[in-house]
Design a protein around this ligand. Structure first.
Ligand code: GRF
Length: 201
């Protein structure tokens, strides 16, 4: 393989896909340059993320229902994907899948893990819990995925201040804009470089 060809990235989505959009934009801005978003896999055919993929000219696959992990595995192989990124993917990946896939799998979660992670902590619920506990800081975490929900090794984390008048929505927005959309592309670029270095050994 050409040493200069980008590391092909698969992005797993379920909903709006603003993190996917951030990756696509960061590619245009050359922040993400060693890696390339090459395939989008969605757990729902109605996800707006699929429209974002189409507009960016990125191929996409819908992996719904009980055979979704088989569909993802096959697609990873066929599209020569070297890194899988969960960006708003709401399904849990099985231990079996993670063993078989054979490439790094990472996730972005909108809290300072291990706080507010795991079962039940998704979407606005995360931010509601942070506000209910009167935390002074929240943020987002990029971590490797293992079979425990939000439990894998932490790669990077960044915090934002929680304001006294925050609502779950305002906190979510600030974390996305100030942390998630910047941190995820940066981490992926670093991982892509690492994968390329390992390949050239
Ligand atoms: C983000 O907050 C992400 O951290 C979490 O789910 C949300 C997805 O948003 N895992 P989007 O689909 O990328 O807009």
């Amino acid at each position: 393989m050409d040493i200069n060809s980008p590391i092909r990235i698969g992005v797993l989505v379920s909903g709006g896909g603003t993190n996917l959009q951030a990756l696509i934009d960061s590619q245009r801005e050359k922040i993400l340059r060693t890696g390339e978003v090459s395939l989008v896999l969605s757990s729902s055919r109605n996800a707006y993320a699929l429209i974002r993929a189409q507009e960016a000219g990125v191929p996409s696959i819908v992996a719904e229902g009980s055979s979704r992990e088989d569909i993802i595995l096959q697609a990873v192989r066929e599209h020569n994907i070297k890194l899988l990124v969960l960006a708003g993917y709401i399904k849990i990946l099985s231990e079996d899948f993670l063993e078989q896939v054979g490439i790094p799998v990472i996730n972005i979660h909108p809290s300072l893990l291990p706080k507010y992670g795991g079962k039940g902590y998704y979407g606005l619920r995360v931010h509601e819990a942070v506000l209910a506990n009167q935390e002074s800081y929240s943020g987002a975490t990029v971590h490797y995925v293992d079979a425990t929900p939000d439990g894998g090794e932490i790669i990077a984390q960044e915090q934002v201040e929680v304001y006294p008048d925050d609502t779950p929505e305002s906190l979510q927005k600030r974390i996305m804009e100030n942390v998630e959309w910047k941190l995820l592309p940066q981490v992926i670029e670093e991982l892509a470089k690492k994968i390329r270095d390992e390949e050239s050994l």
